[in-house]
Every structure is written in C-alpha cells, then in structure tokens.
Design a protein around this ligand. Structure first.
Ligand SMILES: NC(=O)c1ccc[n+]([C@@H]2O[C@H](COP(=O)([O-])OP(=O)(O)OC[C@H]3O[C@@H](n4cnc5c(N)ncnc54)[C@H](OP(=O)(O)O)[C@@H]3O)[C@@H](O)[C@H]2O)c1
Length: 256
C-alpha cells in the first residue's frame, strides 16, 4: 500500500501526511462532532463517472484503504442504518467488536459494536442469517406501522427488535433518525444504499457525506449513490477533509 496524503482544507485538518495512517489516526480524523447532537453521516463509494455499484456490488469500486475507513466509521458509530436491498445483495453480517476501537468506544459510553438497523417495508429478509440470530446487540428492523404482521413476528422470533417509524408501509426517514436517537443511538452512520440515502437527503436529515471517489469508470446504467425523487433545490455541502491514497480520494463533506 502506498502512503496516504492529507490535503489541507478550510477546516485545516492536516496530520501525518505522506504515510499510512493508523486506525487511531483515522478515528481521530473521522470523529463525530463533540456534544449530544444527533448526527447522521453517510459513507459511500462512487466511480469517477458516478456509479454507486458495479454488477450489483460496491466492492469492485472499493480498495483496501476504503475498507479501512469503512471499518473506522463503523467503529465510531452507535448505529449503522442500511436499506434492505443492500443487506440482501451485500450479504450483511453482524458488526464486529474490534479491539482497535474498544477503548475509544468504552470512553464514549458506547457498547462494543454498533447496532445494525435495517430499513424495510416488506421485511422480506432471511431471519435465519447471523445478522439476526448472532449479533452482539440485537439487530433493529425499522419499518412502518402497516408492515406484514407475520414477518414482524418472524423478525422478533429471530431476535431482532422491530421499531415502527412510519404510519404506512414505509419508514419516514426523519422519524427513523429520531427513533434511533430516542434509543440513545445518536452517532448514526448510513451505508446506503442509494434508494435509502436519497430519502435521507430529500428529508434534509443528512448531516455529512463521507464519499470515496474511486479512480474507475464503469459506463453503463449503474445507480448513483443517491436515488429517488430529486430535491427542489440542491442541498449544499462544504468540504471538511480530503485524503488521498492509491488514486482514491476520501472526501468528507458537511451540510452547510
Ligand atoms: N456505492 C456505495 O457506497 C453503496 C452503498 C450501499 C449499497 N450500494 C449498492 O446499492 C445497491 C442497493 O441499493 P438500493 O438503492 O437498490 O437499495 P437500498 O437503499 O439498500 O434498499 C432499498 C430497500 O430498502 C427498503 N426501504 C428503502 N426506503 C424505505 C422506506 N422509506 N421505508 C421502508 N423501507 C424502505 C426497501 O426494502 P423492502 O424491499 O424490504 O421493503 C427497499 O426495497 C446494491 O447494488 C449495493 O451494492 C452501494
């Protein structure tokens, strides 16, 4: 792996330029804001031509460093919010308790691993998977009040906790953020996918985007990193930091 370089931004965040960063340094760089505010960040990877996936997966766009940052962001989060299609296509597993983040999590009053919260209307998920049967902390299902009762029962029997955050079949994105915060899960991380992320953007609740720009082009008709109906006025973000490694740009933007 080649060195990681930090490029100074208006926020003045330059440390350890020109070498690989330790997980501790990455965790410092990506720390959630101080205080009690609820904070929703997204972590996504995109090709140069805007693809958010290739052959149904994000892995072909990713890199070793991208996965280190992915793991660091998980290590800092109280909860990982993810759309059901990403869980189905990417074969989500329970989040791990990682030694590298143990002391930091304990000091922040966090449990050893983040909770995974799956957003779904159908609950068409395989509840026999380890994500539901073997997590360190029960996996949450975020759904609407009209969710199919027998699927809700199956989720609960498997060990998941079902949280209603919408009056109809689906979840109201702003209510999902609030419902998680009410459970003490205020350091929120969404890993997409694009259909879910688009709704957080449209609802005006996305505070930060950690976007890895992969030095690849895919052409084709892949989804972008955020989909669904567009917002009336583009939401403005300001750059908070940019790291570079192996041609990947690891950017971090905060909503203005
Ligand atoms: N580039 C990246 O960083 C990145 C990150 C993540 C994923 N991906 C890629 O994106 C693709 C999957 O993303 P996607 O956009 O198709 O799907 P997604 O956002 O992961 O999941 C969509 C599903 O989530 C549930 N959902 C979304 N909004 C909901 C709401 N308001 N209420 C209730 N349920 C809701 C529905 O599940 P039900 O159908 O169960 O009702 C819906 O079908 C995969 O190819 C994956 O590899 C890329």
């Amino acid at each position: 792996m080649t060195d990681m370089t930090a490029h100074e931004t208006a926020a003045g965040e330059v440390t350890a330029a020109g070498r690989e960063w330790s997980l501790d340094e990455l965790a410092d760089a990506y720390a959630y804001p101080e205080g009690d505010a609820v904070w929703l960040r997204a972590n996504m990877v995109s090709s140069l031509d805007g693809a958010g996936q290739h052959d149904g997966r994000s892995q072909p766009l990713s890199s070793e460093t991208d996965m280190r940052i992915f793991g660091t962001l998980r290590g800092l989060a109280d909860v990982i919010v993810v759309g059901a299609e990403t869980v189905r296509l990417e074969g989500y597993r329970p989040a791990r308790a990682r030694e590298a983040f143990a002391a930091r999590r304990a000091a922040a009053g966090q449990g050893p691993a983040p909770v995974i919260a799956v957003v779904t209307a159908s609950l068409d998920l395989d509840f026999s998977l380890p994500l539901f049967t073997e997590p360190l902390v029960p996996t949450l299902i975020l759904t609407g009040a009209a969710a199919p009762a027998e699927r809700v029962r199956a989720a609960r029997e498997a060990g998941a906790e079902v949280v209603v955050a919408g009056d109809g079949a689906g979840v109201d994105p702003a209510r999902a953020v609030a419902a998680l915060a009410e459970r003490g899960l205020r350091r929120q991380l969404t890993e997409g996918g694009p259909r879910l992320l688009g709704q957080f953007v449209a609802a005006g609740v996305l505070d930060e985007l950690c976007l890895a720009i992969s030095p690849t082009m895919t052409a084709g008709d892949a989804q972008r990193i955020a989909g669904g109906p567009s917002v009336a006025v583009p939401t403005r973000f300001a750059v908070a930091s940019v790291l570079e490694q192996d041609g990947f740009l690891f950017t971090r933007y905060r909503r203005i």
